[in-house]
Design a binder for this molecule. Structure first.
Ligand SMILES: NC(=O)c1ccc[n+]([C@@H]2O[C@H](COP(=O)([O-])OP(=O)(O)OC[C@H]3O[C@@H](n4cnc5c(N)ncnc54)[C@H](OP(=O)(O)O)[C@@H]3O)[C@@H](O)[C@H]2O)c1
Length: 144
């Protein structure tokens, strides 16, 4: 990857799914430090030690599955993969109470949590329902 930067084919290097030990090994041995680390990160999986390490070393944290992958089983069913039991974070009672208090959706509360922590978050959208959701996501900081 460093050769790709040297050749001008990419500006920065990003890595994914590394734990603290793995990213530390890269930081200590690489000539060009990774610009970002993409990991699963949301209200139920806060990865505090990993996030602290990245912030201390100037590595941007990119949160994937910020809503807890509610579409995971539907997606994998298309490929005949057995479903997994996943926690239903989008309907968590505490998140719902916070959302009602601030007149926001549960998803907006979950995304706002990541924004307030200054993580980039990486969610998905596809159709018109999703476009409406996207607009609601953009209003994460508004009070109305
Ligand atoms: N690096 C890695 O190893 C890795 C691993 C996993 C995922 N990722 C990447 O991270 C990205 C996000 O992953 P993810 O799909 O697990 O993320 P996610 O954002 O937690 O889940 C996306 C699901 O949430 C639903 N959704 C979106 N907005 C919603 C809302 N406002 N209310 C209710 N449901 C909502 C979507 O449904 P609809 O489709 O109906 O909108 C979709 O099924 C993906 O592009 C994926 O490729 C990377």
């Amino acid at each position: 990857m460093e050769e790709q930067v040297d050749a001008g084919r990419t500006k920065t290097i990003g890595v994914s799914n590394f734990n603290v030990g793995q990213i530390d090994r890269i930081v200590k041995s690489a000539r060009i430090k990774p610009a970002c680390l993409q990991v699963e990160l949301h209200v139920y999986l806060q990865q505090r030690d990993l996030v602290k390490y990245c912030q201390q070393n100037g590595i941007v944290v990119v949160a994937y599955s910020p809503l807890g992958s509610p579409g995971y089983n539907k997606f994998t069913a298309n490929f005949g993969i057995a479903s997994k039991k996943l926690p239903d974070m989008l309907h968590d009672a505490v998140i719902k109470a916070i959302a009602e208090k601030h007149k926001k959706s549960n998803a907006q509360v979950m995304l706002r949590y990541l924004l307030q922590k200054k993580y980039c978050r990486y969610t998905k959208k596809r159709n018109s329902v999703q476009t409406q959701r996207k607009h609601r996501r953009i209003r994460l900081y508004s009070r109305c």
